[in-house]
Write a new protein. Structure first.
Length: 549
């Protein structure tokens, strides 16, 4: 349930940098950004945060970056990411994150579409050296004017690329006065796009969702009404190209004047230690990461008494995981949203109700317009399934360079079509059924993968399951279930198939059940169904993998 008193405690500011100015004035010594790395600790308070953002904003102006220009950032979850994001938002530039785990063709597509004028990057991230990719970026993108090296290498020479060290870049900003910075800031409106997030592209090429300042600030205040902890201290390990990183963690924390602890590479035991050492008050993630942390062999060694709430989004959590989390903290919450809605539009809890947490994504936000409609656009009755749609001044402005796709997604009345199927229960909570595009027809019947997955998840020993559909000569399409089991568990697939036949009508029962050691994951931690679909279509089942038809 939303806590309006908590929302009212947070200033209602319309532009992102307004919050930075506010907290730099009212709580300058409060820690804003923390990074623990190889025994070294970086701790930046709001006064220092504001100074750094101003330095970067001035350097962007000096480099010729203007309102509406795109700026790309290739880095891990790190203070550099959020500092450059705030600097861009201060002057009206549009910031976009690049995932260090991308391959060159993925970079090529988004850079060609977005046409950034400047890239902030590290030359080395982990074991990967990005010099070759950076040279390709410069060669192939004529709009790209500068590459700023965030790791500030001493040797930044290259025959093919004109690098600028971050210290040299900041030095050029010294020519920009406070008055010039203020003039640029005054030209920025709350409705101006400030963030460009490319969708995962599970069907076709990714689309760049343009997200404005008002959307990010409004959604973050609402999130604080549900994820009500004080003070806000949270770990951010999500990839910088994802709305979960920028919106659900960074902005949620930032508008509350909280403390964000960055983790560049997720590792469960280190995450657990950070929760203890940094006195984390809200544990956030996707169910995969939460489960990995909670099931780590050293988990019980850590003092997590500072936790006030545990939250997750992006997928459903199992009953067993929820039961374990309730022994750690009695206030749990999950939520549902997507890139295009900017943040969650439904929230469960905070609650200890296992049914609500496991089988629903909670109730729609009262101050948002949310509806569930049939194929004709008519609102369905309670208990009937339909597409979730949302309307409001916070949703994305549209897709970059794709007016037709924008019109397909947002209708003339401003309703955003999420493409997700759900039903409203009698208790006011929403149960997700699946994606419209994932729905398939088997023998003329509509089949929703999520419905099948929920049945299989109830079978003992199943850790994760994902169902995809493949063509079938007789039925049109049939399901294939990929299953990852819990540790030290053997599953008899013949028994599992029999279980499914008892629980579902025959056309819903998958044609194949395949065991995998691990299911492929997207960088955000969701199951990568696109890869599983390719696997199913190619019938590339290894001899070691167990399957039954």
């Amino acid at each position: 349930m939303i806590n309006q008193d908590r929302i009212d405690q947070i200033p209602d500011l319309k532009k992102i940098a307004d919050y930075l100015h506010y907290y730099a004035d009212t709580s300058p010594e409060t820690e804003a950004l923390i990074l623990q790395n190889n025994g070294n600790s970086t701790r930046i308070n709001y006064r220092q945060f504001n100074q750094l953002v101003n330095q970067y904003a001035k350097a962007l102006i000096a480099a010729g970056i203007e309102k509406g220009d795109r700026v790309a950032v290739l880095c891990t979850p790190h203070p550099d990411y959020f500092i450059t994001f705030l600097a861009c938002s201060s002057i009206g530039a549009i910031w976009m994150g690049l995932n260090p785990k991308y391959q060159i063709d993925e970079y090529r597509y988004v850079l060609k579409d977005a046409k950034p004028k400047l890239i902030f990057s590290r030359r080395q991230i982990g074991e990967r050296n990005f010099q070759q990719e950076l040279e390709i970026f410069q060669l192939e993108n004529t709009d790209l004017e500068n590459i700023i090296l965030l790791d500030d290498c001493v040797d930044v020479s290259s025959e093919k690329t004109n690098y600028i060290s971050s210290s040299d870049f900041l030095a050029i900003g010294q020519a920009i006065s406070d008055e010039e910075l203020s003039l640029c800031y005054e030209k920025v409106a709350p409705e101006d796009p400030t963030l460009l997030v490319y969708t995962s592209g599970s069907t076709g090429n990714p689309k760049g969702a343009l997200i404005h300042q008002l959307g990010l600030t409004k959604v973050a205040r609402v999130q604080n009404g549900y994820w009500n902890v004080d003070p806000v201290r949270i770990i951010n390990f999500l990839p910088v190209n994802h709305i979960g990183c920028v919106g659900d963690i960074s902005m949620y924390c930032f508008v509350a004047g909280g403390t964000q602890v960055f983790m560049e590479d997720f590792e469960p035991d280190i995450f657990n230690r950070l929760m203890q050492d940094e006195k984390i008050t809200i544990w956030g993630g996707v169910p995969t990461s939460v489960q990995m942390s909670a099931e780590h062999e050293n988990f019980s060694h850590y003092d997590l008494s500072s936790l006030q709430m545990i939250i997750w989004s992006g997928a459903a959590a199992s009953d067993s995981l929820i039961q374990k989390l309730l022994t750690i903290c009695p206030r749990l919450s999950n939520s549902y949203g997507q890139t295009e809605s900017v943040g969650s539009i439904c929230f469960a809890g905070p609650t200890d109700n296992i049914d609500e947490l496991a089988n629903t994504v909670g109730a729609p936000v009262p101050c948002y317009n949310v509806r569930i409609v049939d194929e004709q656009g008519k609102t369905v009755e309670v208990g009937k399934s339909g597409e979730l749609q949302v309307q409001g001044d916070f949703i994305m402005a549209g897709y970059l360079n794709q007016p037709e796709k924008t019109a397909e997604t947002i209708d003339d009345e401003g309703w955003l079509k999420t493409g997700d199927l759900g039903l409203l229960r009698e208790d006011g909570n929403v149960t997700l059924i699946g994606r419209l595009k994932e729905m398939f027809k088997s023998g003329g019947y509509n089949v929703y993968p999520r419905e099948i997955e929920q049945v299989i998840e109830e079978f003992s020993g199943v850790a994760v399951v994902a169902v995809v559909s493949i063509p079938d000569d007789l039925f049109g399409e049939v399901g294939v279930a990929y299953i990852q089991v819990t540790e030290k568990t053997d599953i008899d697939l013949t028994e599992l198939k029999a279980w499914c036949k008892k629980k579902m009508v025959n056309f819903k029962v998958p044609k194949q059940f395949i065991l995998l050691d691990t299911l492929p994951l997207l960088p955000i931690g969701k199951v990568d169904k696109k890869t599983l679909l390719k696997l199913a279509l190619n019938s590339s089942i290894n001899p070691e993998q167990q399957s039954v038809q």
